[in-house]
Design a binder for this molecule. Sequence first.
Ligand code: DGL
Length: 268
Amino acid sequence: MALIGVFDSGVGGLSILDEALRQLPQNDFIYLADSANAPYGEKSSEWIAARSLALCTQLLNQGCDAIVVACNTATAEAIQKIRESLAISVIGVEPGIKPAAMQTKNGIVGVLATEATLKSDKFNALLATLPSHCQFIKQAGAGLVPLIEAGKADSPEALELLAQHLELIQDAGADTLVLGCTHYPFLRNAIRKLLGESINLIDTSEAVVRQLKSQLESQEKSSQGRSSFTLTFISSKDELSLLCMATELMASDMSSHQVQTKRLSSIR
Ligand code: DGL
């Protein structure tokens, strides 16, 4: 049993929390959303690095045993600094271009991620390790995160914007699409509407949580005697609307958790 902190610029990391609740139900969780500052994807590297470190430090101060940086953008810009500064397990997320390269049949892979992720050294270093016979079509999903934050993932507006962003990827005939931002799994329905059922969507949340699980195993604390666990939502903007979004967006069962919100003035 551990207290696990999950951090994202907004509601995107709920796609990771959802998977964590499935794989690791007998743990306490704090979900921290920096919704007052989302989207991160169009901000400077320096800003993202400093803010991500500050918020992960807050999670450490809340007593977390491990932190998932459930944001590709923050991982790309800040994970090294966070790991150097905090003496607990810190797990990041990266666009799944590696599994995509292994799974694609026609060698054409679309990568939808934030501008900051696509421009980052970390992403480009990973890309450089992949086989040159694979063609990666990179597309920044500008404007998508604010729509998801506003609860409009399934709106005609989101569908229209997504259609524009996916045009080049679709025209190139990609058989695989990497969801390189934790917000994008919430666009799955819209993506399927536009690209059909056959395109292989790569979402790394399952693998990320498996990694978290193996890190926790080495510091296992007993959950014996406990039948209830806590799930706390903290936001830099509005905790109650974060809780509403979580209930709407997540499919996992929260009934064995005592769900609560917390206001943290130090992050506002
Ligand atoms: N969910 C985030 C990611 O995985 C950040 C999106 C944003 O704030 O721009 O990249």
